[in-house]
Design a protein around this ligand. Structure first.
Ligand code: HEM
Length: 408
């Protein structure tokens, strides 16, 4: 793969959107990372692929060199307006994050825990007597979607419509750019319509109201910025945590000893959820743009070059994680980068973790003998470039009586 006479040490044609890698991208990351922690890809007019843990870590921390502002975090560019605060740079990023920061703090998320747990049990009640379900559609999609829609003050019973639109944008960006654009447009219209309604009916204490009354540099926050922020909360909230659960349930099915350990001692999930996130990172990669020339790992990066930071590859780097492909519930010092690192580290990480943990605990507690009925590989999205997840996951288990902890 090395190109003689090329200043780039390792040339590839790696395409993160390709359906060829969507089921299992990890061997592809490994074969590139074994050659160099940073390689070049000729796809999409060319970009650097950051695969080594240290390289990804250093680039993410150096936000003065690795910019997130447009052309932004997608390669190729997403067919939508800049995502807020994801596609901004310092000091704007910190100012925008500060608006919602305390709504996603550990204390704020802890206050939500009882309602998230109640929702998890309500959802299981709806199918537990049948002895079968689709873990994604019946459980892992509605729980994060309804939780985030509720936080935003949206009609949570419409969660499936939002999930469909988000999937069309996130997973169709290269395979169906027109569809992705149309879905993004529908989401903007939805958000605008909701804002207009909110203004008419009065604001509440939800996140949309917080954004509509926020200030930036002493001025009211521009409404377009609020719209773009809401859209990112939908993107961040509705797809990622769903994928975390789906991936974990596949892992547990493949490793009966892990299931036995978790059933014997649920406290293993304290570290265990971090290991699931490390091993099958729901957000595989996001991009940056070089602010100036620099050299890393012997590669000469030029101003304006695009760089794809592959969190998922960093999280399997043997230099950082011994036996990187093994799920080890007792792994210590697990500084995974599934939520990113530095300035743009996931604003919703406390919420994502909590929803993921509650879903996993609920499955292990109420459906401990679940078995996936089909090969999950067929249900992976054909484009895993930004979110590595499943759209269906049928399973069966011993039927139980519902608990009816609350009404749906
Ligand atoms: C397991 C679940 C989740 C994973 C794996 C995940 C992953 C990530 C990653 C890797 C980034 C960093 C982007 C970058 O550095 O360019 C990020 C940013 C972000 N995430 Fe999450 N996320 C999750 C859940 C959530 C949830 C539940 C929300 C909110 C409802 C959320 C909202 C955000 C926002 C707003 C940002 C942008 C932060 C910024 O640019 O400053 N995420 N997420």
């Amino acid at each position: 793969m090395s190109a003689v006479g090329d200043t780039r040490k390792v040339n590839t044609s790696f395409d993160h959107h390709s359906s060829d890698i969507a089921v299992d991208p990890y061997p592809h990351y490994k074969s590139m990372r074994d050659q160099c922690p940073i390689v070049w890809s000729d796809a999409y007019q060319g970009f650097w692929v950051f695969l080594g843990y240290q390289a990804v870590w250093n680039a993410s921390r150096d936000d003065a060199t690795f910019l997130s502002s447009p052309p932004g975090v997608g390669i190729p560019d997403y067919p939508i307006r800049p995502q807020i605060p994801l596609e901004t740079d310092a000091p704007m990023t910190q100012k925008l994050r500060a608006i919602l920061h305390h709504h996603f703090s550990p204390a704020a998320v802890q206050r939500l825990e009882p309602t998230i747990r109640e929702l998890a049990n309500e959802l299981v009640d709806a199918f537990v007597a049948k002895g079968e379900c689709d873990f994604i559609v019946d459980f892992a999609q509605p729980l994060p979607a309804r939780t985030v829609l509720r936080m935003l003050g949206y009609e949570e019973h419409r969660w499936a419509e939002f999930v469909d639109l988000i999937h069309t944008v996130v997973h169709g960006v290269t395979s169906d750019p027109d569809g992705a654009f149309t879905a993004a447009f529908a989401l903007y219209e939805e958000i605008k319509g909701n804002i207009a309604k909110r203004k008419e009916e009065g604001l509440g204490d939800d996140l949309v109201s917080v954004l509509l009354t926020a200030t930036l540099d002493g001025e009211p926050l521009d409404e377009e910025i609020a719209i773009d922020y809401i859209l990112l909360l939908l993107f961040g909230g509705l797809d990622t945590t769903t994928s975390a659960l789906g991936n974990a349930l596949v892992r547990i099915q493949a490793h009966p000893e892990i299931r036995d350990q978790l059933l014997a001692d649920a406290s293993l999930l304290d570290d265990g959820i971090e290991e699931f996130l490390r091993l099958d990172s729901p957000v595989q990669a996001l991009a940056r743009t070089l602010a100036h020339d620099t050299e890393m790992c012997g590669q000469h990066l030029k101003q304006g070059d695009r760089a794809l930071l592959v969190w998922a590859a960093a999280d399997r780097d043997p230099e950082q994680f011994p036996e990187p492909d093994e799920l080890r519930l007792d792994r210590t010092g697990n500084r995974h980068v599934a939520f990113g690192v530095g300035l743009h580290r996931c604003l919703g990480s406390n919420l994502g973790r909590t929803m993921f943990r509650i879903m996993l605990e609920t499955v292990l507690e109420r459906l401990p003998d679940y078995e996936l009925t089909d090969d999950p590989a067929q249900y992976r999205f054909a484009d895993a470039s930004s979110v590595y997840g499943l759209h269906h996951l049928p399973a069966r288990f011993s039927p139980q009586a519902p608990r009816h902890t609350a009404s749906l």
